[in-house]
Ligand binder design. Structure first.
Ligand code: URA
Length: 187
């Protein structure tokens, strides 16, 4: 299956109640052959309207971070744990994350990334449960043949200078992590 074929199924999804309030399903955006998959939390209002991930203020910060390591959106793939906007941008509920579980699993299977960057605590919880983003950010974890890299969510940096500094630092480590994965040099 290709991502295009998968997306045709995702946009028809009615597995949870978010389908009743969404304007658009936000499947993801980017390069299907990317070595890196970025996973955020859920679409916000701008993303719901545009049908694209990270187009609002968090997206601007994400673009700056990508630029710092010479990546463009077209080079990578970006999606979210939950594909439809939770009303009033509330946190996604466990049943909503579960309903979307299969879609995200299929996306990982098709893209086969070398590295999955987990943007924020909800994304981290989906793959590396029961950890704390304030402790685990910036530390790659190898698990069942995949390398996960939790970092702060770009939106968490607003008005929090130290969090922004940490996010910048963590992004700058990404090229080195990719290199280490190539050399099987990552425990
Ligand atoms: N925040 C997210 O986690 N995802 C988006 O697509 C936009 C904002």
């Amino acid at each position: 299956m290709t991502l295009e074929e998968l997306n045709k199924q995702i946009i028809k999804c009615e597995k949870c109640k978010l389908c009743k309030t969404r304007l658009n399903v936000v499947c993801g955006f980017g390069n299907e052959k990317s070595e890196i998959l970025f996973i955020g939390e859920a679409p916000g209002r701008n993303e719901d309207e545009a049908g694209l991930p990270f187009v609002g203020s968090a997206g601007k910060i994400l673009d700056e971070m990508l630029q710092s390591i010479n990546f463009k959106r077209e080079d990578i793939y970006i999606t979210n744990v939950v594909k439809c906007r939770p009303p009033k941008n509330r946190d996604p509920k466990p049943d909503e994350v579960d309903s979307c579980r299969e879609w995200l699993d299929f996306q990982v299977e098709i893209i086969k990334p070398k590295l999955i960057v987990l943007l924020g605590r909800h994304s981290m919880e989906r793959f590396l449960p029961n950890r704390k983003i304030s402790i685990d950010h910036g530390q790659p974890k190898r698990l069942e043949g995949m390398v996960y890299y939790p970092v702060y969510h770009p939106a968490a940096t607003v008005y929090r200078k130290q969090v922004l500094e940490d996010l910048k630092k963590d992004f700058l480590k990404i090229p080195d992590i990719l290199d280490k994965i190539d050399k099987a040099d990552l425990s």
